[in-house]
Design a protein around this ligand. Sequence first.
Ligand code: ADP
Length: 377
Amino acid sequence: MLKIGILGGGQLGRMLLQAAANYPVITHVMESDPECPAAHLCHQFTRGDIRNFEDVYQFGKGLDGISIEIESVNVEALEKLESEGIRVYPSPSALRIIRDKILQKQFYKEHDIPTSPFYVTQNRDELRKHDGFLPAVHKMGSGGYDGRGVQILSHAGELHKGFDAPSILERKVNIHKEISQIIAMNRKGETAIFPAAEMIFDPVHNQLDYQLSPAEIPQQSLWRIEAIALKVVKDLKTPGIFAVELFIDKNGDILVNETAPRVHNSGHHTIEANYCSQFDMLWRVMLDYPLGNPKQILPSAMVNLVGSEGQSGEACYEGLEDVLKLENAFLHLYGKKETRPGRKMGHVTILSTDKSDLVYKARTIKQKLRITSKQPV
Ligand code: ADP
């Protein structure tokens, strides 16, 4: 049986392992926290630092293939492993481009992939020269995730909030909708395109509030989104699974925001809502099996369950019964011992043919389910 390793043991790793249980594969996970969400579902857990060359190299050496659930991994070690014949999903060369927002934006520009115009700024002094480009969004080249490392600069008086590190300053998009397009590509270059999902953001935590799939957008826009996302994946020239995040602006123009070269939060609904989930699909890619059917069985909404404000410590789940009695609501808790404000602790997917039913249930779940700590601090 093939031995496949995953770098990182969070919820994405956990759901990958749940799907792996259906395939002939031996799973390995490396992560620094032995109590992480994926630790107890793999065949072999290795405690280690995914950013450390030696740890990643030693972990990968005996494996047939290796994948990631987070971009901040040691790419040099993955390059060495690749040169020794271990299959890496996504390829280290694609990962190098994507994990640095500067290289990623330059990649879009070089490949004629529509994205909002931008400048590269090395430090805050350089940023100040672009006061005529505002309103804009300043994004750190590396090190940011889930909204950290992203700063909206509306006018010159806010330039001091920008990053004093290599970053991109990109024109602020007048966003109509945020869309995620998930595409898998196998080693033969065959692709499976999931229906696009629409994301609604929570302005307080700057992370996904709830998500609807399929996205409610005109067919013309859907085709354009598919074509653009497909070009991103083909030009990255690597097998794997990709979530291409795009904006539709108020003029109806479509711009790529960023790409994740891995399974993604915006694809959790595919576990119940699609014939083949994003997790199942990645195993098919890594194990060289035929791609699955990405089509949707029923429309869905997905709600992230995040730790309540002002609550840190051992997690308590209030209102689980209210959620579990909803028809076609599917609960996923990630098994994280400790909650913190805004921490992703689980998600719920709802299926329904009726859009208002989806939105009503998404709101109900957000209202009824609270993740608190036993000892509020
Ligand atoms: P992260 O990698 O931390 O998720 P993103 O680049 O996706 O960061 O940005 C986070 C959010 O900030 C986006 O989902 C979007 O709502 C907003 N945003 C990012 N870029 C722009 C932009 N150019 N114009 C307007 N809003 C933006």
